[in-house]
Design a binder for this molecule. Structure first.
Ligand SMILES: C[S@@+](CC[C@H](N)C(=O)[O-])C[C@H]1O[C@@H](n2cnc3c(N)ncnc32)[C@H](O)[C@@H]1O
Length: 237
């Protein structure tokens, strides 16, 4: 019995040491990462055809628009732009990303498509008000280190006020009757002032929902209350 409980204590100790070392590793990596003014998600991970269910839904909502205008905010190296092009063959597509290297990769990759334009930007202030039929902000309004370290508060890396500001900026560009898609966020859109101008039109399923930790408007970790809304339609008035 004593041997067994000693072994358990040994395992707990090893787990605690592993967690501690993991936190130290993240903190060191965070300190070494160059600070970029206005950056949200620091990681550029992306995939081709990452959200087929969402793009299918968006197509159904925009089927009566012959030439939809779409914005991919945080388009990374362009997989999302390629997926949007295949879902919306007639669309005029704009990609923005804060990382110059990501935008350079998009330019090389998409040079032959003259209806896709890209730019380095940390917000959508340069885009016209009410100009997009759909704005996609996918895996951008989150900070990977919050989930990786199991942080109980978000404010040090990503405060709610920054989320509030970012969604207001994006919502400004959505035309009335148009759509805003937000996936993999650390906060609930419903807690922002902007949400009062939108109706929820798409819920992710349990499998489609992001694994990112969720925080409330006071930056406190929310446990056991998953948030499924990901698609929002801007009211006409
Ligand atoms: C994890 S990637 C997501 C890429 C793509 N949206 C997807 O879901 O596959 C996050 C991207 O957001 C970009 N990003 C972070 N903060 C940004 C900001 N303030 N403005 C524009 N892009 C930003 C990063 O540079 C990165 O390319």
């Amino acid at each position: 019995m004593t041997v067994y409980s000693d072994r358990l204590r040994g395992n707990d100790m090893k787990r605690a040491v592993r967690q501690f070392l993991g936190r130290v590793r993240f903190e060191v990596a965070r300190q070494l990462r160059p600070r970029v003014q206005g950056r949200l998600q620091p990681y550029r991970y992306t995939l081709p055809n990452r959200y087929p269910w969402m793009f299918e839904f968006a197509c159904s909502r925009l089927r009566d628009v012959s030439t939809p205008r779409l914005l991919s905010f945080g388009c990374s190296t362009g997989d999302e732009l390629v997926s949007l092009r295949s879902a919306f063959p007639e669309a005029i597509i704009r990609g923005l990303d804060i990382a110059p290297a990501a935008i350079a990769a998009c330019r090389t990759r998409l040079a032959s498509d003259d209806r896709i334009s890209v730019a380095v930007a940390c917000d959508a202030r340069g885009e016209e008000k009410d100009s997009f039929g759909a704005v996609f902000c996918l895996a951008v309004l989150c900070h990977g280190d919050l989930t990786a370290t199991g942080a109980t508060r978000s404010d040090r890396l990503f405060p709610f006020s920054r989320f509030e500001e970012a969604v207001a900026d994006l919502a400004r560009c959505v035309r009335p009757g148009g759509h805003l898609f937000i996936q993999s966020a650390n906060f609930r859109f419903s807690e922002t002032a902007t949400a009062s101008k939108f109706d929820v039109v798409l819920l992710a399923s349990k499998e489609q929902a992001a694994v990112d930790l969720l925080y409330d408007c006071n930056n406190c970790l929310v446990v056991g209350e998953p948030y499924y809304p990901v698609g929002f339609c801007k009211r006409a008035s």
